[in-house]
Design a protein around this ligand. Sequence first.
Ligand SMILES: Nc1nc2c(ncn2[C@@H]2O[C@H](COP(=O)(O)OP(=O)(O)O)[C@@H](O)[C@H]2O)c(=O)[nH]1
Ligand SMILES: [Mg+2]
Length: 201
Amino acid sequence: MKVNKAEIVAVTARADQYPPDNMPEIAFAGRSNVGKSSLLNLLTGRKKLAKISGTPGKTRTINFYEINDRFRIVDLPGYGYAKVSKSESEKWGAMMDEYLQTREGLIVVAQLIDIRHEPTAQDIQMYEYLQYYGLSGLIVATKADKISRNQLQKQMAMIRKKLNADKDDVILPVSALNRTGHEELLSELDECVKYYEKHVR
Ligand SMILES: Nc1nc2c(ncn2[C@@H]2O[C@H](COP(=O)(O)OP(=O)(O)O)[C@@H](O)[C@H]2O)c(=O)[nH]1
Ligand SMILES: [Mg+2]
């Protein structure tokens, strides 16, 4: 798949401001700073489409990006940032529930995990949540440029094991820095969208 067109269509914390639920969507979830925005920019070939932040915990909205007038990538607010208050984290949870549990067009949630580190308790919790709602299956191991080729397989196996991931789950190493996994991820997204086009519509 080639990305010919990418535009941001909504930035919101409120369900009544989501774009119409009439298109397949693939959401990106993960800890703050895991590389969600960078990956989005890599995939769309637009360096400044999504804001990259040096300070984690900035995004408090759900950002909808429409690709090729065909599907959307949805950048979910990151979790795991220590400096949030209880009420903020409750708001985050309610926002996630609202989106993840009501969106008809949502096909799958790509869960981003930093390839260098063990999944955190929150990563595991998120995986189980997604699995429960039938939204798991695609794990993206980010910042692959930070480790050696040798370590790559080892780290991916560790992530799979730690998450207790389903054997059919796809784990893709990616790097926004050197474009590792760029084509593979795009074709994975394409498969998901095709599935929607064939079965849901
Ligand atoms: N080395 C490396 N750094 C990355 C990569 N992706 C993101 N980063 C860095 O990680 C930080 C957080 O990235 P960002 O995309 O804003 O993460 P988000 O909070 O998940 O949206 C930034 O400093 C990025 O430059 C990558 O593939 N390789
Ligand atoms: Mg971001």
